[in-house]
Ligand binder design. Sequence first.
Ligand code: SME
Length: 168
Amino acid sequence: MFQGTVSTELPKRDFYDELAAQAHALLAGETNLVANAANLSALLYHTMPDLNWAGFYFLVDGELVVGPFQGKPACVRIAMGRGVCGLAAQTRRSQLVPDVHAFADHIACDAASRSELVVPLLMPDGTLLGVLDLDSPLPARFTEEDCDGVEAIASVFIATLASSDTVS
Ligand code: SME
């Protein structure tokens, strides 16, 4: 049985190295978008401490549409440029928001959210697939190290979609 646990005692860089290895083990050999997004959102939600939402928005006909996630039900559609997700999608840059109450255009799906990290998902050909969104009930839950670590995990996710890896 897949364990899906990483010690939170580890330094963050080691935590994310281990989490990326687990993500690869979980997703490798499967190229289905929904299957891998569902499993990755579950892995992140149950492995990273202090999250209240972890999941995907995919770009469909010019707007973001919610995909597989863990957490409370969320807003279904987000216009390009709107909210933290839309900004990450429009700029194609990760958005680290330490205090969502101080981010004027924040879209509150879960009132418990206090900080947020959104990472864009870019395919190898440069196409924007969507974003990976993490919310925390703690203010300033995410640091630059979290941003680097989650970007690396997003790369693992993208690589599985683009490859025909078999489980090793
Ligand atoms: N807070 C996000 C909306 C998505 S939910 O957090 C799941 C935003 O401002 O784009």
